[in-house]
Design a protein around this ligand. Structure first.
Ligand code: ADP
Ligand code: MG
Length: 503
C-alpha cells in the first residue's frame, strides 16, 4: 500500500499524529459501502467513501475508549474476505437527558485485498494487533498517581453473588460484562457464590499463582469477604497484593461509584455504572488502595476498604435490607423511614488527627493473628494514647468514618477522599439537629456539597485512627455496610495495603 498517496491530508497539514496504518475496506453488511480507515497513535478515523465528496461522513474514535480488537475469518467458506472488529466504549449523550455515559460502539470491516483468504486474514490480524497495541498505549496518566498494569493475558477469578441487589447480578453479568471481557481478551472464570462467606473461604484457600486478579460482581459486601479472606491467609502480605476489582451488581455499590468518580467521569448509576466499571476493568490499571484495620469488642480483627458507621447511617444500612428489591434506592427509602423515628445515640468518640505525628513512644501493639501491626492503637481495655483527641459531646445522631468518596451510588459523602490518601475521613453529626436539617445534609450529599453548607452540627476531621465506645447495650455498627459485633470498636488506616483495578 502506498501510504504517502492515500494518507488523509489533514495529518500532513497538522502533523499531529503519526499514521500507523491506512486501508480501504468494505462494511460487513453491505459490501458496496466502502470506508477509508486510518489508524494513528491516538485514534481510528473511519470515513465513508462516496462518489460525492460533500457526502463524506467521518467518525473519529479515540483509542483510549477502545477495549480491544479481534480478527476473524468469514463464517462461510466461500468468503475469501477476513474481518476485524474494534470495540469502543466512548462517552455519548444519553437519550432524552443531559449527561453522558459510556456506550458500546463496534466497528467491523471486511478485508478483501487479495483473492487469498490467508493473506486477507493476515492483514486483518495486523490491523487488530495495531489497534490493540494502540489502545494499551493510550492508558490515561494522571499526576501523582502510580499505575501498574494487570499482567496480560490476565486470568480473572470473577466472584458473583446471585442474591445481591435485586438478585440480578447474573443477568447483569451476561447482559453487560461477559461480552466486554471477551472483546478485551480477558480470560475469566465465573464462580457463583452459594452462601455467605463462600467467597471468603474460596479466597482463603485459593492457589493465588493461578490468578492475576480477583473481581467481584455484587455489592460491597462480597469484596469485604474477599479482602478478609486474603488477609486471613498465612501469606497475607503477598496475597493482598492480588489486584482486586469490583463490578456493581448489588444495592450498595459504593466502591464502584467511588472508582467511577476517581476516573473523572460524570455521575452515572445502575447499568451505566456497570459499563463504566467494566470498561475500567478491561483497561486493567491498578492503583494502591488503603485498608483500615478494625478491632471489635470480641477481639475480632477485620479489614475494611470503605466505611465504619454507627447511629443513623448504620441503622439505615441494616434496616434498608428489607427494601433490597428496589436496588440502590433502598438507602433513600431507608433514610426517609429512619428520619421519621430520628433518635440520639450516646457514646464516646476519640481519634488521632491526621496532622498529629504519632507519639514516638510506641503504643503497645495489639497482637493480631494476621496482618500488619496496628502501631497507633492501644488495647481496647486501656485509655486512648495521650496524643488522641477525645470528642467533648457524647450525644450523636451519627458517626461515619469513610475512606472512599462514595457511601452509596448517589451519596458523595467524602468528596476529598482518594483511593490511597492514607486517611480516614471522620464525620459526626451532633444531637440537636432537626429532621429537616439532616434531610438537607443527605440531599446535599448527592452532589457532595454537604460540607459547604456549614451545618453547625456536622463535623469533619481527617484522622489516622479512631475509637468509638457506644454506651447503650444494644445497637448497630457496620463495617463496609456489613453488621459487626456491637460494642467498643477501634480502627487504624494502613496506607495502600491493597491493590485495586481502577481508572
Ligand atoms: P448488596 O449490595 O445487595 O447488599 P452484597 O455484595 O453486599 O450485596 O451482599 C450482601 C450480603 O450477601 C453480604 O453479606 C455477602 O457476604 C452475602 N453473600 C454473598 N454471597 C451470598 C450467597 N450466595 N447467598 C447469600 N448471601 C451471600
Ligand atoms: Mg482514602
Amino acid at each position: 500500500m502506498d501510504q504517502k498517496k492515500t494518507e488523509p491530508d489533514s495529518y500532513h497539514r497538522n502533523g499531529i499524529a503519526q499514521v500507523v496504518l491506512y486501508g480501504e475496506f468494505t462494511a460487513t453488511a453491505n459490501r458496496k459501502v466502502r470506508y477509508a480507515v486510518c489508524l494513528t497513535e491516538i485514534d481510528l478515523t473511519v470515513q465513508k467513501i462516496t462518489s460525492t465528496p460533500a457526502g463524506r461522513s467521518k467518525v473519529v474514535f479515540n483509542l483510549r475508549d477502545c477495549v480491544g480488537c479481534r480478527a476473524f475469518k468469514g463464517e462461510d467458506n466461500t468468503d475469501v474476505g477476513a474481518y476485524f472488529s474494534a470495540y469502543f466504549y466512548p462517552f455519548k449523550r444519553r437519550w432524552m437527558s443531559s449527561g453522558v455515559a459510556r456506550q458500546r460502539v463496534e466497528q467491523c470491516f471486511r478485508v478483501a485485498l487479495a483473492q487469498d483468504s490467508h493473506a486477507n486474514l493476515e492483514e486483518a490480524q495486523r490491523w487488530a494487533r495495531a489497534i490493540d497495541e494502540g489502545s494499551v498505549r493510550q492508558l490515561p496518566q494522571r499526576d501523582g498517581v502510580l499505575y501498574s498494569e494487570v499482567r496480560r493475558p490476565c486470568r480473572v477469578m470473577l466472584l458473583l453473588n446471585p442474591h445481591s441487589g435485586k438478585g440480578q447480578a447474573l443477568s447483569l453479568f451476561t447482559g453487560h460484562v461477559q461480552r466486554m471481557l471477551t472483546e478485551a481478551g480477558v480470560p475469566h472464570t465465573l464462580v457463583i457464590t452459594e452462601r455467605q462467606n463462600h467467597a471468603r473461604e474460596l479466597v482463603r484457600e485459593a492457589d493465588l499463582s493461578q490468578w492475576d486478579a480477583m473481581v467481584i460482581i455484587s455489592g460491597d459486601g462480597l469484596l469485604f469477604e474477599v479482602v478478609n479472606g486474603l488477609m486471613e491467609r498465612e501469606d497475607w502480605e503477598a496475597a493482598i497484593q492480588t489486584p482486586l476489582g469490583i463490578l456493581p451488581g448489588g444495592s450498595g455499590n459504593a466502591l464502584a461509584a467511588s472508582i467511577h468518580h476517581y476516573s473523572g467521569s460524570q455521575p452515572v448509576s445502575s447499568e451505566e455504572l456497570l459499563v463504566s466499571c467494566g470498561f475500567l476493568l478491561c483497561k486493567g490499571l491498578v492503583s494502591r488502595m488503603d485498608l483500615v484495620s478494625v478491632h471489635t469488642a470480641s477481639s475480632q480483627r477485620l479489614f475494611s476498604f470503605l466505611s465504619l458507621a454507627w447511629g443513623f447511617v448504620a441503622d439505615v444500612d441494616i434496616e434498608s435490607e428489607k427494601y433490597r428489591h428496589v436496588g440502590a434506592a433502598r438507602f433513600t427509602v431507608g433514610t426517609l423511614v429512619r428520619l421519621a423515628s430520628l433518635r440520639v445515640y450516646q457514646g464516646r468518640l476519640a481519634y488521632l488527627p491526621a496532622e498529629e505525628t504519632p507519639s514516638t513512644t510506641p503504643v503497645t501493639p495489639t497482637t493480631p493473628p494476621r496482618g500488619p501491626p496496628d502501631s497507633l492503637l492501644a488495647p481496647l481495655e486501656q485509655p486512648v494514647p495521650g496524643d488522641w483527641t477525645v470528642v467533648e459531646e457524647e450525644d450523636f445522631v451519627l458517626m461515619l468514618a469513610m475512606y472512599q468518596s462514595h457511601l452509596a451510588e448517589d451519596l458523595l459523602a467524602a468528596p476529598g477522599a482518594t483511593l490511597e490518601d492514607g486517611l480516614i475521613h471522620l464525620f459526626y453529626v451532633k444531637a440537636g439537629i432537626s429532621r429537616a436539617a439532616l434531610l438537607r445534609l443527605f440531599l446535599a450529599m448527592e452532589k457532595g456539597t454537604h460540607l459547604a453548607s456549614s451545618c453547625p452540627y456536622l463535623v469533619h476531621v481527617k484522622v489516622r485512627a479512631l475509637r468509638l465506645e457506644p454506651f447503650s447495650p444494644k445497637g448497630v455498627i457496620t463495617v463496609d455496610g456489613e453488621s459487626v459485633d456491637y460494642g467498643p470498636i477501634q480502627a487504624q488506616v494502613h496506607g495502600g495495603l491493597a491493590r485495586l483495578i481502577s481508572g
